[in-house]
Design a protein around this ligand. Structure first.
Ligand SMILES: *Cc1c(COP(=O)(O)O)cnc(C)c1O
Length: 383
């Protein structure tokens, strides 16, 4: 008999050990953590100030610099999900009254607008329809018109499946003397990305997309121009937890306590990044590209269309048009309940119009594409 706990006289709670279904996570994230990562997380903990832990921290910083292709000293994981690292970039770079120009062509651009405003920025936007990207000329025009202190763009818009080209944007930002802040959440570790060569001053990502870890720890990097702005601030960073002038003392040479590092998540990230280095960055980018192209041609074969034009398509996340008359949500539920496959529904402007298929990190394989291409038409026919 199942043991139960009476919460009160109306509610009983099962005391069975945790048991969850084995889902294949092919949505916008989280993706499945690599089994080696889950294994690393069961390692017995040391403390966050243990010399052995400090040594792993240094390794993680080096590995993050490799995956991001940067020499930025201040390259660390933030304790929290991607949104915490997103907030860290804005909290440390925005001073009240600063003008921040955000490229909005999807859901996460809107989140940047919301967050920047909360730190007192005077926010302006340039906009494109969801699923499209900005040309360099449009970005130049935005900088000319608004003269911002910071330009914020989303490299990989997970809500639309579009990849924003950053070619030439860093040079433009230097010409207009503004910082370049980029969301690399769904590109880091899956799509070619060069923080230093592209002149990116601030970037963030998360663990649960192309790094094949569970959610809860998130890469953050801040280059010399952004640190200079931080050091010139006349006001305090309005967020104690994410204040880099404090956090950097734990990750820098001082190693003084700021907040307790999430030990098991740090182990997970160390293993996830090690797996990327072991595969090799170029090979990993190519695997994501090849797997995505395999998906795109397979979708064509079963009569489904991608939402984004081919040249703007993100290899890590594909938006698929829901055919007329098909109940997208019912298909989503059928795949989940009958095939244990999770894909994503549309978000924001694309609600009800697309499904989102993520092929991120360890999940980016032909075998997984075959599974979804087999199950999806079956689910569509059945609803
Ligand atoms: C997932 C995601 C985030 C937010 O990350 P959370 O881990 O959900 O906080 C930010 N930006 C983009 C583009 C994302 O896909």
């Amino acid at each position: 008999m199942t043991a139960t706990l009476a919460i009160n006289n109306r509610h009983q709670l099962s005391l069975d050990p945790l048991k969850m279904p084995e889902r294949l996570l092919l949505g916008p994230g989280p993706s499945n953590a690599d089994p080696a990562v889950l294994n690393a997380m069961t390692t017995r903990q040391v403390s966050h100030l243990d010399p052995e832990f400090l040594a792993r921290m240094s390794e993680i910083q080096s590995l993050l610099r490799y995956v991001w292709q940067t020499e930025n000293q201040l390259t660390i994981p933030i304790s929290g999900t991607g949104s915490a690292a997103m907030e860290a970039t804005l909290a440390n770079s925005v001073e009240p009254g600063d003008r921040v120009l955000v490229g909005v062509n999807g859901y996460f651009g809107l989140r940047l607008v919301d967050m920047a405003g909360r730190y007192g920025a005077e926010v302006q936007t340039i906009q494109r329809p969801w699923g499209e990207t900005f040309t360099l000329a449009e970005i130049r025009q935005g900088l000319e018109q608004h003269r911002p202190a910071i330009l914020a763009l989303v490299h990989a818009e997970t809500s639309t499946g579009a990849c924003q080209s950053l070619d030439g944007v860093g040079d433009l930002c230097r010409e207009f003397d503004c910082l370049l802040l980029v969301d690399t959440v769904t590109s880091m570790g899956g799509v070619p990305l060069y923080i230093d060569d592209w002149g990116i001053d601030l970037a963030y990502s998360c663990s649960q997309k192309c790094l094949s870890c569970p959610p809860g720890i998130s890469p953050f990097t801040m280059g010399p121009r952004a640190i200079e702005k931080l050091n010139r601030r006349s006001s305090q960073v309005a967020n104690w937890y994410l204040d880099m002038s404090l956090v950097s003392k734990y990750w820098g040479n001082d190693r003084t306590y700021h907040h307790t590092a999430p030990i098991s998540m740090t182990y997970a990230l160390r293993e996830g990044l090690r797996l990327i280095a072991d595969e090799g960055l170029a090979a990993r980018w190519k695997r994501h590209r090849d797997t995505a192209e395999y998906l795109w041609s397979g979708l064509t074969e079963i009569g489904l269309d991608c939402y984004v034009e081919r040249q703007d398509r993100l290899p890590t996340l594909t938006t698929v048009r829901i055919p007329d008359g098909v109940d997208g949500k019912a298909v989503f539920l059928k795949l989940l309940n009958e095939d244990n496959i999770e894909i994503g529904n549309g978000l924001g402007d694309l609600t009800g119009r697309v499904w989102r298929i993520g092929l991120m990190g360890a999940n980016s394989s032909r075998e997984n594409v075959d599974r979804v291409l087999e199950a999806l038409p079956r689910a569509i026919a059945a609803v």
